[in-house]
Design a protein around this ligand. Sequence first.
Ligand code: SF4
Ligand code: SF4
Length: 143
Amino acid sequence: MDAFWEIKTLKELSQSEWEQLCDGCAKCCLHKLEDEDTGDIYTTNVVCQYLDSEQCQCSHYSQRSVLVPECVTLTPDNLEQIYFMPASCAYRRLAEHKPLPSWHPLLTGDKGSVHTAGQSVQGKVISELDADDLIHHLTGEWD
Ligand code: SF4
Ligand code: SF4
């Protein structure tokens, strides 16, 4: 496969190429908290109720924007939202002119490599339906 992500800009990608960039980490489905004074964003171990956290897949993908209005659906037309993605997110990395991480499925040829590299939320999170106040679930800064 051509390394299309190295020769095209994000806006030049086909729909299929765009979808392939997603590594399946599901970090974008984590709840985050913002420090109102500093604007710093902190992440938690709490995920959206619609995430299948074992498969790291949205269980209501086609309805996600309706069910969860704050769910960010990245497209080539809203790249300004890209900086709300985690630092490991392939879209953000390419927007910042960084290479894909070595564990990315496009480089390994294995969709599971994001999990074996410990870069997904698999096995590390709880559903928002089971969580109490998010302040009790902070895990670190969202850089
Ligand atoms: S953070 Fe980026 S790469 Fe990971 S699941 Fe979300 S959109 Fe895909
Ligand atoms: S609706 Fe789906 S894609 Fe959006 S945050 Fe929830 S689980 Fe993730």
